[in-house]
Design a protein around this ligand. Structure first.
Ligand SMILES: Cc1cc2nc3c(=O)[nH]c(=O)nc-3n(C[C@H](O)[C@H](O)[C@H](O)COP(=O)(O)OP(=O)(O)OC[C@H]3O[C@@H](n4cnc5c(N)ncnc54)[C@H](O)[C@@H]3O)c2cc1C
Length: 386
């Protein structure tokens, strides 16, 4: 930890995708930047591991795509859904006007470690781990720094600009008094792992059956599984035995029935409460919020990380978050809520049947999921690095 430096150009609370990318970009542009991360490492499971073509394009523009793709990852060219027993390809990324025409699946800690490794090449970059922002320092109506708890005790960090990139439960945004607009989400997600075995399906896919939505992400050695449930339903499930959940999983994915026993107890099932909200205003004098701190994203489309990164690239893109959230809310209201509410058999809705019938239409969702509405491009100047 740098003890000497008392003031920074920018101090970023939160070393997630948004904060770490912003830290890299600012350091690359020669700005004296400090990133604060409250955890000791990035090793947390189920943080969202989808790196979309728009993010890969940013890595390409930074000149980092080759070393990045040398890290272990899987490439997904077509995303599909299993609806009432019918597989429907939804998004075909192979026609995107980007360097990488696929979505990369990579553990988020590898991605963050990679960003940190490259940010550290710039002398103006500092990262404090186990450093938790606990309060804003304000003078004359302007935010001028953060109170930070570190292993060595409490520190005041002063900066020309403070950035809240501290995620959906952002302390920065709460302390700044920003007004939050809740957009609502009808579901929560249960995450767990199941092993992969020879003969399993190859695709990363979502399965939509009456009353159930199950997303399976192929991680080579295992399936990363997301079981979507109606909001607030987990407490009731947890009151019963885990065996009943195993049965539900085996019913929706019969080919996995031979391994649902890997869910030994409810401890193997992690609840993530889905939330979609956004700040009515993202800034105050001396302060900016980006990523989930500005607009908490639902897992729909797996675009949260990528929008957080786009925020970092744009530094304050006022439109991308709200527009992408509008799309997520449409998907939640028109597809997820009706499926969760059904008990009879279902067939793919007209839109999905059209996607199945006319392959060129799959380029549209691929563009929305893979690139977003308004992809950002790296334009900042480059400082000399180590
Ligand atoms: C169930 C679920 C699944 C999802 N799956 C995907 C997916 O597959 N793909 C996808 O793209 N998106 C997914 N998302 C959305 C995605 O997780 C977020 O949109 C994305 O992580 C936002 O990045 P961020 O950097 O803004 O915030 P975060 O990723 O939340 O990072 C914030 C960081 O700040 C740190 N922090 C918090 N408070 C403080 C503090 N006071 N001081 C210092 N550090 C602090 C945290 O430890 C964390 O490292 C999912 C969301 C949910 C709920």
């Amino acid at each position: 930890m740098d003890d000497q430096k008392k003031s920074y150009g920018c101090c970023i609370a939160g070393g997630g995708p948004a904060g770490m990318m912003l830290g890299l970009l600012l350091a690359r542009a020669g700005v004296d930047v400090l990133v604060l991360e409250k955890h000791a490492d990035f090793l947390r499971d189920f943080r969202g591991d989808t790196i979309h073509p728009s993010t890969l394009q940013v890595m390409h523009e930074l000149g980092l795509i080759e070393p990045f793709l040398a890290l272990p990852h899987q490439e997904v060219q077509v995303l599909g859904a299993q609806v009432g027993g019918v597989f429907v390809p939804i998004a075909d990324f192979t026609h995107l006007p980007t360097r990488c025409k696929f979505l990369a699946l990579m553990p988020q800690w590898d991605f963050l470690d990679f960003l940190v490794g490259h940010a550290r090449r710039y002398p103006s970059f500092s990262l404090w781990m186990r450093a938790e922002a606990q309060g804003l320092i304000e003078e004359n109506g302007r935010v001028v720094g953060l109170e930070v708890m570190t292993p060595e005790g409490k520190r005041d960090v002063r900066a020309n600009l403070v950035v809240g990139a501290d995620g959906r439960h952002s302390l920065v945004r709460a302390q700044a008094g920003f007004r939050v607009r809740e957009l609502g989400a009808p579901m929560d997600v249960l995450w767990f792992r199941l092993s992969r075995r020879p003969g399993d399906p190859q695709n990363t896919m979502g399965q939509f059956d009456p009353g159930r939505i199950f997303v399976l992400i192929n991680r080579d050695s295992h399936w990363q599984c997301a079981f979507v449930i109606p909001k607030g339903g987990f407490e009731g499930m947890r009151a019963g035995p885990v065996e009943s959940f195993r049965e539900r999983v085996a019913t929706v994915a019969p080919w996995a029935a031979d391994r649902v026993g890997e869910l030994a107890s409810w401890d193997d099932v992690k609840l993530l409460t889905v939330r979609v909200d956004r700040l009515e205003r993202w800034y105050r004098p001396g302060l900016l919020c980006i990523g989930d701190a500005a607009h908490a994203m639902s897992p729909v489309g797996g675009v949260g990380i990528n929008l957080a990164l786009q925020d970092a690239v744009a530094a304050a893109n006022l439109l991308a978050g709200p527009l992408a959230q509008w799309l997520q809310v449409q998907v939640q209201q028109r597809i997820i809520a009706p499926v969760l509410g059904r008990s009879a058999s279902i067939r793919p809705p007209l839109l999905l049947r059209l996607l199945d019938r006319y392959p060129f239409l799959r380029r549209i969702p691929a563009r929305l999921i893979g690139l977003g509405i308004r992809p950002e491009h790296v334009r900042s100047p480059i400082a000399p690095h180590r």
